[in-house]
Design a protein around this ligand. Structure first.
Ligand SMILES: Nc1nc2c(c(=O)[nH]1)N[C@H]1C(S)=C(S)[C@@H](COP(=O)(O)OP(=O)(O)OC[C@H]3O[C@@H](n4cnc5c(=O)[nH]c(N)nc54)[C@H](O)[C@@H]3O)O[C@H]1N2
Ligand SMILES: Nc1nc2c(c(=O)[nH]1)N[C@H]1C(S)=C(S)[C@@H](COP(=O)(O)OP(=O)(O)OC[C@H]3O[C@@H](n4cnc5c(=O)[nH]c(N)nc54)[C@H](O)[C@@H]3O)O[C@H]1N2
Ligand code: SF4
Ligand SMILES: [Mo]
Length: 752
């Protein structure tokens, strides 16, 4: 028996684990009580990592598509040769403009992929790839936009100080399922309970009475997509009742507050009550409670992002935090201090202006504007299936399952089947990868080291952790970063089997370091790249982790700060290092806007207000669809773990009893759901946890497809909710897909 410390790579909670093994089997996984960050907390997904590791369907060797369209296992040399064979003709004939990459969510939780996705996307971009795609535009893109405009960085935004607030309003987040997002906390539900125990209040604004809402002091049901209206009305009321605070710590540090207050004028509680479904008197009460709380703060997440007014809603959360004087103050919305510096925190080199530039180029088919270098992910299908110059003919997916996770999924599914070359860097033969000519699998979470950087930007304490692999990886398997380097090499003309990954790693790393040195406002600005490289240890992701730690606030600054941290020192702390608690007073060092102040007003934001105003008088929809998550699912890819699939059917359409009665729907029977995009038949679950007029369907389902190899998931297929989400439905400023508040029709499924 051996005991290992590990970190769960599945979500933003970053829980520390104790993994007991016997030989090459996991005998138990528990929370690590000594982990400086999570102190023993974990959820059922973490305990099941051993099952994930043992999953017989998890790919351990590459697959290639054979003549019949099925997949057969091959050795690595053959897989690389086949990759070259399918990719090369496209690149030679059409160049990198016919090539793109889809970067999936697990990339952010996987050190090798996270550190080297930049090599693939960067080399391909330099070679002429027009854009890459990611689920960012079905996720946090509004937060990224608001981060750049208000605070100066894509990944720069204050988080609610859960340990000290006495009045928290949560909009569009369900941490009981997600465990916190763009807000990392150990045991987030425990933190919410503690707010109530110390006499504070937690209000959840959500069309569904989630478990988070049930555990809160109060649930405020809202019509999907109307958060911005309500938030404006709260601001309007605060101004009216003298609830706007102008504390000295923010004096001269926030620009535009009075302007936004003036913009709130048309949004009185009485006017927004109808569309939002929240009575004016309730909106006024929400405002006056915020005004009288000692430490009020608002937090919002995906339900306020992936909706019609995602950018405005996300913006107004920060505007309200500013109006309450809560920003940069204990108990309010504070800037976390990430212990690790990441190149993601710097402005990308193609952002040349002083402020951030938007709409610099447009997509070929739809003419969509780029936002932070991406088009709406729903553009991918049309860019593949529309002939013409620039048509995408070769795709690499990296840890992504867009056939399930991306909107207008039916068209994308069909489009992928028509690609000249598709390579999937993925661990399963699933709904997306079944289209790939070659699947190149990575290591299991227990076979690789784990190290987080990005999420510490949103965490309740400053920690750093390095976790060694639990099992040594099988010899002769390339690490995922080496796979990405081979693909990067291919795009710039080096045959895949011939890529010298060590040499290309040096080239990539020195290029990255040079760009950090030549960009203003980074920890390396003006330094000599050669000296920096010489100071770093190791190679591959470890070298980049060493860089991040040493450039972080507690790092040794590459030898200049004696006694500072390096990867080597972090490694000696098996339970992690806890370096600081969340504090206010960090605004001046964090905010990197052109003025150095929080800039609340920007034309990108205000230009969208007329669209919001027009929403007020729009006729009400009969029924709209929303999304949800479950604690035991993780987007589309944990449904093959038996331990996580026990219990009742999860892929159900939740509808309120009034709607069920009106539409003739019966609990436990099938219903047909249709939108302008498509239709599905799904099991109905009648529950008063829904606001009347709103239905909820989880995403991540729709297994059981031919050509996949997912024994467990395929026996609980569920339906793909993204067959219902129309491509054109986006939050305009940020390009974000609307998956909440989609007009739909539901009728009983009566077999013909
Ligand atoms: N167990 C588990 N954990 C996960 C994931 C998972 O799939 N499973 N996914 C991870 C990922 S990738 C992400 S991005 C995060 C997301 O983390 P969260 O943002 O917490 O996501 P959800 O649990 O989907 O909660 C969104 C809530 O928004 C509500 N909502 C829908 N429309 C509206 C609206 O218009 N207004 C308001 N106010 N609310 C609305 C929904 O009813 C739902 O309760 O979770 C991460 N963690
Ligand atoms: N309707 C609707 N759609 C949504 C959402 C929603 O709320 N509603 N949420 C959106 C959000 S927030 C997100 S983040 C996306 C997720 O969208 P995606 O990132 O496209 O999808 P995932 O389901 O996370 O798929 C992850 C893929 O990574 C593979 N994988 C898992 N571990 C590894 C690994 O270690 N290495 C490699 N190489 N591959 C691995 C899995 O097999 C799977 O194919 O979905 C989005 N789609
Ligand atoms: S909450 Fe669960 S899935 Fe998230 S890191 Fe912790 S154990 Fe893993
Ligand atoms: Mo996400």
């Amino acid at each position: 028996m051996t005991s290992h410390r590990a970190t769960c790579p599945l979500c933003e909670a970053m829980c520390g684990l104790r993994v007991e093994t016997h030989g090459d089997t996991v005998t138990s996984i528990r929370g690590n009580p000594d982990d400086v960050w999570s102190q023993g907390h974990l959820c059922p997904k973490g305990t099941s990592l051993g099952h994930l590791h043992d999953d017989p369907n998890r790919l351990r060797i590459p697959l290639v598509r054979d003549a019949s369209g099925g997949h057969v296992p091959v050795g690595w040399d053959d897989a690389f040769a086949e990759t070259e064979k399918v990719l090369r003709p496209v690149i030679d004939r059409f160049g990198a403009k016919a090539f793109t990459v889809y970067v999936g969510n697990p990339v952010a939780h996987n050190l090798a992929l996270e550190s080297y996705i930049g090599a693939l996307v960067g080399f391909a971009g330099a070679a002429g790839m027009p854009a890459y795609y990611s689920p960012g535009t079905v996720d946090q893109w509004p937060l990224n936009v608001v981060g750049t405009l208000l605070f100066g960085g894509m990944w720069n935004a204050p988080i609610p100080d859960l340990d000290r607030t006495d009045h928290l309003i949560i909009l569009g987040a369900n941490p009981s399922a997600s465990q916190g997002s763009m807000l990392s906390a150990p045991d987030v539900m425990g933190k919410l309970a503690a707010i109530r125990h110390r006499g504070g209040k937690v209000v959840v604004v959500d069309p569904r009475r989630t478990l988070t809402a049930q555990r809160a002091s109060e649930w405020v049901p809202i019509q999907p997509g109307t958060d911005a209206l309500v938030l404006f009305a709260i601001l309007n009321t605060l101004a009216e009742i003298g609830g706007v605070r102008r504390p000295t710590h923010l004096a001269g540090r926030i620009l535009g507050l009075d302007e936004v207050i003036a913009m709130a004028e048309p949004f009185s509680p009485e006017r927004v009550a109808g569309p939002s479904g929240i009575p004016a008197v309730e909106i006024r009460r929400l405002a006056s409670e915020l005004a009288s709380a000692e430490n009020p703060v608002l937090y919002s997440r995906i339900g306020t992002c992936t909706q019609e007014f995602g950018t405005l809603a996300t913006w107004l959360v920060f505007v309200l935090n500013a109006a309450l004087g809560a920003i940069d103050r204990r108990g309010g919305a504070v800037f976390a201090k990430a212990a690790v510096w990441s190149p993601m925190f710097m402005k990308p080199p193609d952002q040349t202006g002083e402020g951030w530039e938007y709409g610099r180029y447009r997509s070929r088919v739809r003419g969509a504007h780029e936002v932070l270098g991406q088009f709406p992910v729903s553009c991918l299908a049309e860019e593949i299936d529309t002939p013409g110059d620039g048509q995408i003919r070769a795709l690499v997916t990296v840890a992504g399952n867009p056939v399930i996770s991306a909107p207008a999924a039916g068209r994308l599914d069909a489009a992928l089947a028509g690609l000249d070359a598709m390579i999937a860097v993925d661990n399963w033969l699933n709904e997306t990868t079944r289209h790939a000519h070659v699947i190149l699998p990575g290591l299991s979470p227990l076979e690789r080291p784990h190290f987080d950087d990005l999420y510490w930007m949103y965490s309740l304490a400053s920690c750093v952790k390095w976790s060694e692999p639990v099992f040594a990886p099988t010899a002769d398997r390339p690490a995922e970063w080496e796979i990405l380097l081979r693909l990067a090499g291919a795009v710039v003309g080096i045959p895949v089997p011939e890529v010298d990954t060590a040499g290309l790693d040096d080239l990539y790393t020195s290029g990255l370091v040079a760009s950090i040195c030549s960009t203003s406002g980074t920890p390396l600005t003006g330094r000599d790249p050669a000296q920096v490289i010489a100071a770093l240890r190791g190679r591959g992701p470890e070298r980049l982790a060493d860089l991040g730690i040493r450039l972080g606030p507690w790092g040794d600054d590459l030898g200049r700060r004696r006694g500072g941290l390096t990867l080597d020192t972090v490694r000696t702390h098996q339970n992690g290092l806890r370096l600081a608690e969340l504090e206010g007073g960090r605004l001046d060092e964090t905010v990197t806007t052109p003025s150095g102040k929080i800039e609340l007003v920007h034309p990108m934001l205000t230009a969208d207000i007329p669209r919001l105003l027009a929403r007020i008088d729009r006729a009400a929809e009969d029924l709209v669809l929303t999304s949800r998550r479950h604690l035991r699912s993780n987007n589309s890819w944990l449904h093959n773990v038996p331990a996580l699939m026990r219990g009742k059917e999860r892929c159900t359409l939740l509808v309120h009893p009034d709607d069920a009665a009106r539409l003739g729907l019966v609990d436990g029977e099938m219903a047909d759901v249709s939108t302008t995009e498509g239709s599905v038949s799904v099991l109905t679950e009648v529950s008063d946890e829904m606001k009347p007029g709103v239905a909820s369907l989880p995403h991540g389902w729709g297994h059981g497809r031919d050509g996949t190899s997912l024994d467990i998931a395929n026996s609980h297929p569920g339906v793909n909710s993204n067959l219902l989400n129309p491509a054109g439905l986006i939050d305009v400023p940020s390009n974000t897909q609307v998956v909440n508040g989609v007009p739909c029709e539901v009728r009983p499924n009566t077999p013909a």
